[in-house]
Design a protein around this ligand. Sequence first.
Ligand code: NAD
Ligand code: UGA
Length: 453
Amino acid sequence: MKVVMIGAGYVGLVTGACFSEFGFDVTCVDVDETKIKALENGEIPIYEPGLEELVANNCKAGRLTFSTSLAEAVPGADMVFIAVGTPSRRGDGFADLRYVYAAAEQVARNLTGYTTVVTKSTVPVGTGKEVARIVGKFAPVEAEWDVVSNPEFLREGAAIEDFMRPDRVVMGAESERAREQMRQLYRPLSLREVPMVFTDIVTAELIKYAANAFLATKITFINEISDLCEKTGADVQHVAKGIGLDGRIGGKFLHPGPGYGGSCFPKDTLALAYSARQYGAPLRIVEAVVEINDRRKLAMADRVIDALGGAQAARGKKVAVLGLTFKPGTDDMRESPALAIVPALMGAGVEARVFDPQGMDNAKAEIGTGPYYATSAYDALEGADCLAIVTEWNEFRALQLDRVKSLMTNPLMVDMRNIYVPEEMRAAGFTYYGIGRGYDGIVIPSDQVEAAE
Ligand code: NAD
Ligand code: UGA
């Protein structure tokens, strides 16, 4: 089977490489010539664990190739996937589908024989119908085709594992021929007993948005519970465990933090809320989640400022910010909480000393010249009055605390990911603030904590 992937970004490149690993003949097409040149030279334009090796092996085996020419790649293909970006452009949540529609038109013009045109990009309900209309308009009369929706659920940083061992594969297909082709493509996964969910196209589209919105809601729920923990003296880690052990709730995605970021949750929650309003069925829960999450990212800078003793005291202080990407295991800065926190700190007159294991180049491009870009975590800590952990990279989990203390002017830590144990940090001589950890939290002053002990 010959597969063409339009768009060689996170999703297109990972899924294209994984399909070639299954043994299919895959061509990844992208309009970005620099990206395609880099890929042809064996360079991977994104940081994704395991991807470089996967791409190299399949290129070597002759199963994975790259091209900038859709007109050369598409003719003769059995399946063409559209995996281009669907960004949020207008600020109101509207999903910009121009890349999807442009790709659909170009694909249509080059169809020969029977081809399944599959939307892998995350798109609002109804997009598949429009893709079918476009393909119908521009495809040669002799071409035969079906449109399918096959949303992708992989996470950055764990993309290959998520693709190879997904919880399910969702396919919105409305003809037996298209369903059969999808079955053949995912056969290696169905042999591993991965559930295959066949639906119509609009349902598949809605499953994707609903899944992301539900996960974003779960995170926002535990974040709000963590605020309540801080007011009441409860420990959110135990609350999360206590509720997560209930099989109906589940323990995943209950880690409190500085608010969700990334290229998908923020844009997809906005887009779902927007499209629900258009259909006259507003999703008030999702709208609240979006608003709470936006506010939370900014409120994180205030926590650091409060920990430093308030706005006056914070002025001129140095804060080491560890972790800039929206989560570990990626170099992606899109909608990262750090993009709200670092500028807010600088706006409050704080000197930010920032470090990230993979995100430094993207951070420089997004944040600009304001902060000091450190060469390591310890470099960032030199002379710091406060350490703020924003992203839970593994290398920040076991910092040498004596060294940290000797580098800092003041051993003060605001741990936005709860990767340290409050009692251990206090024993090591730190003033420690986690998220939602009762009297270790930021709300109750430290002298009261000592009195309580
Ligand atoms: P991306 O921005 O990393 O990649 C998109 C690529 O498409 C770019 O390289 C761009 O140059 C290319 N492109 C645009 N128009 C093109 C055209 N006409 N022909 C060929 N190439 C074209 O985006 P991404 O993160 O891979 O996301 C793609 C889609 O998948 C989005 O809808 C996103 O919501 C969804 N998604 C992303 C993830 C993720 O983890 N990033 C996970 C699941 C779903
Ligand atoms: C997310 C989904 O998990 C994927 O299933 C989906 O395919 C993808 O979006 C998409 O549609 O693009 P991703 O954005 O890569 O994947 O990252 P996640 O691991 O989901 O994390 C998103 C954000 O939520 C991060 O900022 C992370 O720190 C935060 N998060 C996650 C929490 O704050 N707490 C948690 O318990 C989990």
